[in-house]
Write a protein that binds this ligand. Structure first.
Ligand code: ADP
Length: 450
């Protein structure tokens, strides 16, 4: 930090000199480009230190320098060399706040002398202080005559008033800010209240909706139970008379009975066929009602899939004797055992095979079994008419039959019943199908039972 020739130096010996030091300090600060506030700060710090030194060591020599600070930036430095040694070689300003007015303030040793030194950085805009400019300033400051103590007092007063004004305006600004803040707070509170009211309202709505939903599902459950009960009762009541009709029909055509005319026997045959259809519908309804009301309890046992497949192969082969459809029942891979109810499982598979044969005119119907990890996948696929994607769920509804396909007969109860049974067995019944190419129904069951 080379100081070079000072910009200005002066002696501080009597009370009057304090004003002088202050005034010249402000002039130098202004000359090197410090902003107004900083000029006042430096001048104030200087006059405080000057007062302290005058009282404690009888004065000082004051020198102003423009130097390069440790950060490379220009700074205004004031050295006050005490007139006599500082007590203990130390200096503490009387007022602690003085140190905050400048960037640095402290005691340092300069060529054996103890010097009180303070500095303040010159702002970026005024950094271009060339040596030539400094020489100019030196000359100007040397010539300018210092004003009187009274002048400096007047200036000091003006500065004080300006500072007070600034404090007041800052206080006013603060008041405005506070008012705005309060306003904003009120707004936020209002918004918050509105939001929580809306939330409460929404919550009430949701609660009401749930209550309604609960009620509706209770009603639905009751309706479904009533329907099952009704179906079961009606079917049961119908079964006896329908069975009687079939029996009577058989009696009428029996060779032991009186012979009928060809027309009569044709009509009796029609009655018997219709009654048989009716009986299968009644039986299907009864089965479904029983499954829905939870009156079917699976009898769990180890089921030998090979035996089940073999039996179905045997009973259904008769159906394909005269058709262009080949029935292929593949041998399930060993160990072909699963925990299930053999009767219910056979019923489901028979139903699927029946449908496949019913809706396939040529090609093949194939039943396969695959084991993957913990599950068995039992598939019945055909090369028949197929089912449009939008109907894949509908065909599992009671009585639903794909329009146009109904000419092959049936009740529309087979699939809903099959799905019920598979659910009871802890599995799912899935379908993939493409119109014109065929369908695959797959029963997926846990190997270890439900
Ligand atoms: P049903 O066979 O007695 O009509 P289902 O409940 O078993 O009743 O089947 C419902 C409908 O699903 C059938 O009428 C038919 O339209 C369709 N369907 C079932 N299985 C097949 C299949 N393998 N191929 C094509 N359509 C099928």
């Amino acid at each position: 930090m080379s100081a070079g020739e000072p910009l200005l130096q002066m002696a501080l010996r009597v009370e009057q000199d304090i004003f002088l030091v202050r005034q010249r300090g402000r002039e130098v600060a202004a000359a090197v480009g410090l902003e107004h506030q900083d000029q006042v700060r430096l001048a104030t710090a200087l006059s405080e230190v000057a007062r302290d030194l005058l009282r404690t060591v009888g004065g000082a020599d004051v020198a102003f320098h423009v130097v390069h600070g440790p950060d490379g930036r220009r700074a205004l430095r004031v050295d006050l060399t005490p007139a006599s040694p500082l007590p203990g070689g130390r200096y503490e300003p009387q007022s602690g706040a003085v140190a905050h007015l400048v960037d640095t303030l402290g005691v340092t040793s300069e060529e054996g002398d103890t010097v009180v030194r303070m500095s303040r950085r010159v702002p970026a805009a005024a950094q271009a202080l060339t040596e030539a400019r400094l020489a100019e300033l030196r000359a100007e400051l040397g010539h300018s005559a210092p004003g009187s103590a009274l002048d400096e007092l007047a200036t000091q007063n003006e500065q004080l008033i300006a500072a007070l004004d600034e404090v007041r305006s800052q206080r006013d600004e603060l008041a405005v800010l506070n008012a705005e803040l309060e306003e904003t707070n009120r707004g936020v509170m209002a918004l918050y209240t509105q939001l929580s009211e809306e939330l409460e309202e929404t919550n009430r709505g949701v609660v009401a909706l749930y209550a309604e939903l609960d009620e509706k599902s209770a009603q639905l459950r009751t309706a479904s139970e009533s329907k099952s009960r009704f179906l079961a009762n009606v079917s049961h009541e119908l079964r006896a008379p329908v069975t009687a009709i079939i029996g009577l029909g058989r009696l009428l055509t029996d060779s032991a009975s009186d012979p009928l005319t060809p027309e009569q026997s044709e009509q009796v045959e029609l009655i018997r066929a219709s009654a048989a259809d009716l009986l299968s519908l009644v039986n299907a309804l009864l089965d479904l009602a029983k499954a829905e009301s939870g009156r079917i309890e699976p009898e769990w046992a180890d089921v030998d899939l090979r035996a089940v497949f073999g039996q179905l192969r045997g009973t259904l082969r008769a159906l394909t004797n005269r058709s262009a459809v080949e029935l292929v029942v593949e041998e399930p891979p060993a160990p072909a055992v699963l925990r299930s109810d053999e009767v219910l499982l056979s019923q489901v598979l028979r139903n699927l095979l029946h449908n496949a044969l019913k809706f396939t005119e040529r090609g093949e119907v194939r039943m396969t079994a695959q084991r993957d990890d913990e599950r068995w996948r039992l598939s019945v696929s055909d090369t028949g008419v197929g089912i449009r994607p939008e109907l894949h769920e509908r065909i599992f509804e009671e009585f639903y039959q794909v329009p146009g396909a109904s000419r092959v007969g049936g009740t529309g109860l087979g699939l809903p019943y099959a799905r019920r049974l598979v659910t009871l067995l802890g599995g799912t019944l899935e379908l993939t199908s493409e119109p014109g190419r065929g369908s695959t129904f797959t029963v997926v069951l846990p190997a270890s039972g439900a």
